[in-house]
Design a protein around this ligand. Structure first.
Ligand SMILES: *[C@@H]1O[C@H](CO)[C@@H](O)[C@H](O)[C@H]1NC(C)=O
Ligand SMILES: *[C@@H]1O[C@H](CO)[C@@H](O)[C@H](O)[C@H]1NC(C)=O
Ligand SMILES: *[C@@H]1O[C@H](CO)[C@@H](O)[C@H](O)[C@H]1NC(C)=O
Ligand SMILES: *[C@@H]1O[C@H](CO)[C@@H](O)[C@H](O)[C@H]1NC(C)=O
Ligand SMILES: *[C@@H]1O[C@H](CO)[C@@H](O)[C@H](O)[C@H]1NC(C)=O
Length: 635
């Protein structure tokens, strides 16, 4: 297996560099997981390493070559999971051959299947025999309209003709062995896909791609979707199975991951497992890698994924004084600042010496994802009409490993801001080292209600809260902590979300009078002074609690159906159980799920054989979605 490339028509270094990197990538490769791009090959290059390739998952691009021979003679299938110019799975463009007067075939003898995408041939004056190929036997009919086949009007006379025995006169090169094998257009009507001959008994199994040697799903030349050992399947064996006696999804000891078009027991080294049980090289941007039970998995990030960025004075910001209009976009999506942040008046004024325009105050929102600053935070300027440090609302910790030295050893300094009335640092839980100075902010209240000592990591840290708005004036003008705040702990501002601790209960970090225990939507229960939603499968109760805890088995009454101890949206229907059997259940009059009779293959609507459903109502896809929804209930 090899990765393939995504260079399109770009040349990497010299012709020789380009060739060597292709050779290194494809040496001994049978399955290309991405695209196969053969470009800029020069006349004397030896491309015999292409002979091992059997399968390409993306597209094949053969362009701008002057090489004599491109021996893709074992390529059977192009899956077209990615397409060149969003259209073509096979593009053969502007190949001139090594000697303009010599003609050569392109021996794609085994190519019998392109699952997605069309074919394009353009400007290949030295190619032979290609105009004879029946592409509609290879390409899926829905892509035929996008085919673009441009062959020389009169095939050069130096080309050798197809062998007369070739069916419909189509071949990849001269000689009997190079006839095109037809496996679709010749099939009997009964066949649903490919076949190995004209008779109805020659149909391939519908899991086959390219062709087959017999009728079973283990006789395919290539699998249309997944290969599990010798057998072609629609999906890999599921990782979880429903256990009808415990009413739970259990780990399937025979479950497999999908790796490209193959089912594997373990992902290869350097691959991680997604939610859906596929092996991938990197997690999607909204998830991160974790190790669970010895398996590396992608897990959804809670909020923005961790991203570490340099602070001011470090790396790309070495000679920078302040966050400013030129650099603020570099802080987008950062969760940890390695170093310090400075916001100085020059940011909002602009600086002609460094060609820095004034910072648009709205750009400060780029800092909203910051949770951690390893150094210090220095703010000496802030937009005129903003009343709190809104951009740092999610800041949780200032480590103070480096300190602002000029006027002390500060890790948090908010100095001389005229318009803020509160700090608004509602998530700040720790200042590990360094002193705090909040000074000369003439409209600022609330800062002296905070018990700074509780935030400090060492006993020697000090807080200087001085020359802000007079405490008596704050009180007189009602600029005091919200009544929902615990009166002992202080607050970062006037809102119920600014409290350090709550008087009663909280919901998503905001203080509340009470939770929705007996009324209100959604219904909740209380855990450690926090309002937490009941599971959506719990039926809201009038005048009574709706649930006693988390999850679908803590409901007082189910909203839909009851499967053992759990509330479920639907009874299990066609989900994989042990020994490769599907589990089906029906609901009785009181909405309790019961197992169908074991001889009901498509489920049932009631007990016994007479309750069996006769038709296949649930597609495998429907069952899969059910399983997925079901599985997520337990995670
Ligand atoms: C090109 O091929 C022709 C015919 O085989 C041969 O006569 C000629 O010498 C070749 N030219 C070059 C540059 O190799
Ligand atoms: C045909 O090509 C066009 C343009 O490249 C593309 O948008 C369209 O999706 C293609 N149609 C099919 C069936 O692939
Ligand atoms: C603004 O940021 C850019 C890029 O970091 C930097 O080159 C420039 O010196 C900065 N200007 C000021 C006044 O900090
Ligand atoms: C920031 O994150 C969003 C959402 O995850 C993403 O779409 C965007 O591309 C990211 N931007 C940068 C500059 O990383
Ligand atoms: C701040 O003031 C500027 C102009 O004085 C105005 O354009 C902007 O909308 C104001 N922003 C807020 C958040 O009030």
């Amino acid at each position: 297996v090899c990765q393939g490339t995504n260079n399109k028509l770009t040349q990497l270094g010299t012709f020789d560099d380009h060739f060597l990197s292709l050779q290194r990538m494809l040496n001994n490769c049978e399955v290309v997981l991405g695209n196969l791009e053969i470009t800029y090959m020069q006349r004397d290059y030896d491309l015999s390493f292409l002979k091992t390739i059997q399968e390409v998952a993306g597209y094949v691009l053969i362009a701008l070559n002057v090489v004599e021979k491109i021996p893709l003679e074992n390529l059977q299938i192009i899956r077209g999971n990615m397409l060149f110019e969003n259209t073509h799975a096979l593009s053969v463009l502007s190949n001139y051959g090594a000697n303009k007067t010599e003609r050569h075939p392109m021996p794609l003898m085994k190519l019998e299947e392109i699952l997605q995408g069309a074919v394009r041939f353009n400007n290949n004056p030295t190619l032979c025999n290609m105009e004879t190929i029946q592409w509609h036997d290879i390409v899926d009919s829905s892509f035929v309209s996008n085919m673009s086949l441009d062959f020389p009007r009169h095939p050069p006379s130096s080309c050798q003709k197809c062998d007369p025995s070739c069916p419909s006169g189509s071949c990849w090169a001269a000689g009997k062995e190079n006839c095109q094998q037809l496996t679709k257009t010749i099939c009997a009507q009964q066949c649903s896909g490919r076949c190995r001959g004209k008779s109805p008994s020659d149909c391939c199994h519908n899991q086959c791609a390219a062709g087959c040697t017999g009728p079973r799903e283990s006789d395919c030349l290539v699998c249309r979707r997944f290969r599990d050992g010798a057998t072609c399947k629609d999906t890999c064996p599921p990782l979880m199975l429903y256990n009808p006696t415990t009413y739970q999804m259990d780990v399937n000891p025979d479950g497999k991951y999908s790796f490209g078009a193959t089912c594997v027991k373990k992902c290869p080294r350097n691959y991680v497992v997604t939610d859906h049980g596929s092996c991938v090289r990197a997690c999607s941007p909204d998830s991160h890698e974790v190790e669970e039970d010895g398996v590396r998995k992608c897990k959804k990030c809670e909020g923005p994924c961790r991203k570490v960025c340099n602070g001011i004075g470090i790396g790309e910001f070495r000679d920078t004084l302040s966050i400013n209009a030129t650099n603020i976009r570099h802080f987008r999506n950062c969760t940890t600042i390695s170093g310090d942040l400075h916001i100085l008046p020059v940011a909002f004024k602009g600086d002609s010496f460094t060609h820095t325009p004034p910072l648009d105050p709205r750009e400060l929102d780029n800092l909203k994802t910051v949770k951690e600053i390893t150094g210090f935070l220095l703010i000496q300027a802030w937009p005129e009409n903003r009343t709190d440090l809104h951009a740092f609302r999610n800041l949780e910790i200032i480590r103070g490993r480096t300190k602002q030295q000029r006027s002390g050893r500060f890790s948090l300094a908010v100095v001389g801001l005229t318009d803020i009335t509160s700090l608004g640092l509602r998530s700040l839980k720790e200042i590990s080292d360094g002193d705090v100075i909040i000074s000369g902010n003439r409209n600022l209240c609330y800062a002296d209600t905070i018990n700074w000592r509780k935030l400090f990591g060492t006993t020697s840290q000090k807080a200087k809260i001085q020359s802000n708005k007079d405490g008596r004036d704050c009180k007189a003008q009602g600029q005091v902590c919200n009544r929902l705040c615990s009166p002992l702990e202080g607050c970062w501002g006037p809102a119920p979300g600014d409290c350090v601790a709550c008087q009663n209960v909280s919901r998503e970090r905001e203080c509340m009078e009470r939770c929705n225990l007996l009324e209100g939507e959604p219904r909740e229960f209380v855990e450690n002074g926090e309002c937490i939603q009941c599971h959506p499968e719990c039926l809201p109760q009038p005048m009574n609690v709706t649930c006693t805890g988390r999850g679908p088995d803590s409901c007082v009454q189910c909203a839909h159906y009851i499967d053992g101890p759990h509330c479920v949206k639907t009874c299990p229907a066609g989900i994989m159980g042990e020994n490769n059997t599907l589990v089906w259940k029906f609901a009785d009059a009181s909405h309790v799920c019961h197992l169908c009779h074991p001889n009901c293959p498509y489920g049932c609507t009631g007990p016994g054989l007479e309750g069996c459903t006769t038709n296949e109502r649930l597609s495998p896809q429907g069952a899969l979605e059910f399983e997925f929804e079901f599985r997520s209930l337990w995670n």
